[in-house]
Ligand binder design. Sequence first.
Ligand SMILES: [Fe+2]
Ligand SMILES: [Fe+2]
Length: 139
Amino acid sequence: MAEQLIHLDDTLLLGVAELDRDHQKLVEVTNFLLGALLDPRASPMSRDRALHDLYTFSEHHFRREERLMSAHNYPGTVEHRAVHRQLLTRFRELDQQFADGQTPSEAMGRFIRNWLVEHIQRNDMNFVGFLRKQGILDA
Ligand SMILES: [Fe+2]
Ligand SMILES: [Fe+2]
């Protein structure tokens, strides 16, 4: 099961301390949720709690990131914000599916396993690339 968990390695670090800190916390929350889904002995309460944490902490992190994008007039702000909204909608859907008693499907597990890595590598990296090009970020 350990190989299914996410690690915040070099391919996921942005070099922006406040965002990397948030991503580390999101990795922990996502791994906890994965554990709660994959472990047949885990209680539904731990799964609900993990989903709740994922939702609230993502919302918090997305807002922080969006503030930073606006502050630097990032041209991709609107698109990036839309992706954040889609993710929050997806988390709410998952919450609903579990509340309805659905067992986690393979697609669900895959989504939970991959959303953070894909989002950081596709969207967050683009934003940081922009900051670097503008000379706002060193290296
Ligand atoms: Fe983002
Ligand atoms: Fe992010």
